[in-house]
Structures are given as C-alpha cells and as structure tokens.
Design a binder for this molecule. Structure first.
Ligand SMILES: Nc1ncnc2c1ncn2[C@@H]1O[C@H](COP(=O)(O)OP(=O)(O)OP(=O)(O)O)[C@@H](O)[C@H]1O
Ligand SMILES: [Mg+2]
Length: 314
C-alpha cells in the first residue's frame, strides 16, 4: 500500500534501486514542495541519475515508493512525462535540424502548433540567448549552446516540474551562469526544479535546498545556510584574534568560559577553539582583563566544507 500525502510535488519514501547485490540508491526520502529548487549533489556514481530515472518512470524501483505530482511514475509514466520537463545527462537533439526545428518537434509532441508554437519558440530562443542562432543546425552548436537549448526544450511545455541531470556539466563559467539564470527564471514561474550536480559551488547559488548524496545515501539535506550551521553545531568554532601572545592570566580566564576547548597561538594570531560562537563572551573577558576591545573573526564554514567533510567520511 502506498501512503503519499500529495502535499509534495516530488515525494519518495525509502526509494531503493539495486542492480543485483549492488545498491545504487538506498532508502531515499525526498519531499519537495511546489516552487522548490532542489540540488541533488554528489560525486560521480552517487546514484543521482539512477534516482532521476526512477522519478521519470524510466527505471523501476527495487523497493520503496515514488510520487511525482501524485502519480506513480512506474505505473503512469505518460502522465508524469506530460507535466515534467526532463533534461537527460546526454541531451539528444537532431543534429541535422535547426534549433528552431528541434524545439518545434518537442512542441508538437506536447500539443502545440501554429503561431502559438512559433511565438513560444521565438520567446524561448530569446530567453536562452540564441535568438540569432535559431536557424542554425544544432550539429554545429557548442556544448554550452546545446545545454541552453536543452533548457528551452524543457520549458517549451510549461512544465510544473523540471528535472535536470547535470545541466551545467562541461560548460564554462559564463555558460554555467546562463544556465543557472534560466533555472532561476523557471523557479520564478513556480516550476519545481530538481537539479543533479557534482558542482556544489555553482549550483548552490540557485537552490532553495540541497541534499548531499553519496554512495546511494542522502547524508544531509536542507537549506544551504542551515546545513552549514548544523555542521557548525556539530563541529567547532574557531575564533581568531589578531594578537600574537595573550598574557597567561588572560588565557586562563578565557579557558574558564564554558564551551572553550583551547587557546592557541598560531603565527601572529590567537585562535580560540570553542563548541559555540563565544565571540561576545570572549570580548567581555578580554575587555575585563586588559581594558582592550579586540576585533575578532569567527571562522565561517562554507557548505563546500560540509560537502568535503561528508565525502571524506562516506
Ligand atoms: N544499469 C546499471 N547496471 C548496473 N549498475 C548500474 C547501472 N546504472 C548505474 N549503475 C551503477 O550505479 C551507481 C550510480 O550510478 P549513477 O549513474 O546513478 O550515478 P551518478 O550519481 O549519476 O553519477 P555521475 O555524476 O557520474 O553521473 C554507479 O556505481 C553505477 O555504476
Ligand atoms: Mg549521472
């Protein structure tokens, strides 16, 4: 029996895919509300594409459930494909057709025709920055141009959901920014977006939530900033002061602050390791002991570090 709340546009419950004894996706739980831009982040072989294939109904789960806009993709793949725009890892266009003709083909498959289709294609070619290249053969397009055309190909059917498998892989920073802007554009139109990527840095900019995926398991997920903070809570704060050497008495007083782990001299600075961000408490103790107000810097952990930490540990 399937119990799906239907409040989520994409929802999986213990979704699992095994190839023989090898488990490519292991008990994945996803819940994406409308308008979310979710980044499924993980290294090569994490199971991102396998997950996406199950969401699209191209691959049947070994166990667990999956629902996309209330449909079970394994049983109702056509209904899912109607509302979901999918950009595969390797986009296939007809190389001997023009960009416009390729978009016309997709448009027709989705019931569009005549001036409505033409206007839509004109608009999309403009949005993806290929207005002047519409009549060029796609075979002559660069990789980045094909990726952008891929986004237009997804957008032409006004999908409620867009599932993009590595949309920025293999393109230069400028091309990546263009793709990310297009994703933001889709989000503005209330499209729920799932992007898979191993390029955390770039993709996190447009994501409302990210999941860190490795070896088939979701190791952590949530809003980018919250994920960083949670990691911080588990870890340590480094509070750095531009003071080469603190008087022993000051160090002793600092060590008395609950949560302080150590006080060390590192080069020209003093680093206080603590379980919490004790910047205020430190400031007070130093002011009390020396009469000085010292500028401090709290070492911030970027999501990159969270990502690297999880990948190292997994
Ligand atoms: N049809 C298959 N038969 C056997 N193993 C498979 C099959 N498809 C994928 N796998 C394995 O499942 C694991 C996950 O693969 P998947 O393609 O989902 O990873 P990914 O996260 O998309 O990686 P990448 O970033 O390289 O695209 C890999 O170890 C892969 O070899
Ligand atoms: Mg993949």
């Amino acid at each position: 029996m399937e119990i799906m709340s239907n409040n989520f546009v994409i929802e999986t419950h213990n979704l699992t895919k095994a190839y023989g004894k090898f488990v490519a996706v292991d008990s994945l739980n996803l819940q994406l509300p409308e308008g979310e831009v979710f980044g499924l982040l993980g290294p090569n072989g994490a199971g991102k594409t396998t997950t996406i294939l199950m969401l699209m109904g191209f691959s049947e789960p070994t166990s667990g459930t999956v629902s996309v806009i209330g449909y079970n993709p394994a049983r109702e793949p056509i209904k899912v494909k109607k509302v979901v725009g999918y950009m595969p890892e390797k986009i296939g266009f007809y190389d001997d057709l023009t960009a416009r003709e390729n978009l016309e083909y997709t448009g027709r498959l989705n019931g569009l025709s005549g001036s409505l289709l033409k206007d839509k294609i004109d608009g999309l070619l403009e949005v993806i920055g290929l207005k002047d290249k519409g009549d060029q053969m796609v075979g002559k397009f660069s990789h980045g141009m094909k990726q952008r055309l891929g986004i237009a190909d997804v957008m032409i059917k006004d999908p409620r959901v867009a599932i993009l498998d590595e949309p920025t892989s293999g393109i230069d920073p400028e091309g990546t920014d263009q793709i990310l802007n297009l994703i933001t554009e889709m989000a503005k139109r209330k499209v729920t977006v799932l992007i898979s990527s191993h390029q955390l840095h770039q993709v996190q900019k447009v994501c409302t939530q990210v999941g860190i995926f490795s070896k088939g398991r979701m190791l952590a997920s949530g809003p980018v900033d919250k994920l960083g903070r949670e990691m911080l809570r588990e870890g340590q704060f480094n509070i750095i002061m531009p003071v080469a050497q603190l008087a022993d008495k000051v160090s002793e007083e600092i060590m008395k602050i609950p949560g302080v782990i150590s006080v060390e001299c590192v080069g020209d600075s003093t680093v206080v390791k603590a379980e919490d961000n004790l910047e205020k408490e430190l400031e007070q103790v130093i002011l009390k002991c020396t009469g000085l107000k010292i500028q401090m810097k709290v070492e911030e952990f970027e999501l990159e570090e969270v990502y690297m930490k999880y990948f190292r540990e997994s």
